[in-house]
Design a protein around this ligand. Sequence first.
Ligand code: HEC
Ligand code: HEC
Length: 213
Amino acid sequence: MRGISLWSALAILTSAGGCANVERSRDLSNPNVPPAVTATQVCSNCHGVDGNSVSPNFPRLAGQNPGYLATQLENFRSHQRSDPPGFEYMWGISHHLSDDQIKGLAEYFAKQVPQVNAPVDARLMAAGKAIFENGVSDKEVAPCMACHGPQAQGIASFPRLAGQHQDYLVKQLHVFQETEGRPGTPMKQITHLLTAQEMEAVAGYLQAFPSAQ
Ligand code: HEC
Ligand code: HEC
């Protein structure tokens, strides 16, 4: 008798706990956890509660295009995106996410308001602006804004770059140029002949970009 009542008490406790926990759960493999809970309980540790991460090790997700965010999460989950910080941090995190969870997380971060950063050094700003708007004609580098939009706000599969950390942007440009960590994008060709100085300049300009949104 005693055993049974203990068992039912436990059953009630766990089911009640289960309900309450969904609102605070860090379980990435439970599709019943609402995306906003996962975002604030798990993703926030690195990307910030509102997607405006402080450390440049972690990309900002605020205001990023939902389609782009979802594709990146799918690419981490399928291991198609395999640059070292990507597999160290994001392979495990994306492993058990369902398509619906990915969609919900992408929508959550897309809705957050991106922070605007202070300008960088004026010479860097000018050099970066020229590359962003005109490309580098003698190297056949297309203007960044042709795909990423005149406000660097991104369009569909082209990510938002405005307000992103300079260090993160530079790191990704090197990934495209030197590795196969992010295959199958026009960025391989775009970065082919960019110098390290040109990358620093355009990334600095983009970090400080005065967003129209
Ligand atoms: C422990 C730290 C950490 C946590 C927690 C974390 N991330 Fe990340 N995330 C990273 C790092 C580091 C990168 C950059 C990977 C790279 O350089 O390729 C990243 C990259 C991303 C990107 C790609 C952004 C871009 O601009 O291409 C997305 C999308 C993303 N994370 C979403 C999430 C979501 C959603 C969660 C929560 C379910 C999450 N992350 C939790 C560390 C983390
Ligand atoms: C022909 C279209 C096109 C042009 C021009 C272009 N890009 Fe891209 N860019 C893309 C696409 C598509 C992606 C998404 C890549 C992926 O999904 O892996 C991307 C991704 C990026 C990323 C990664 C962002 C992130 O959050 O991880 C950076 C950085 C970037 N581009 C910088 C630039 C810069 C700087 C220029 C100009 C020198 C430029 N791009 C020009 C199409 C373009």
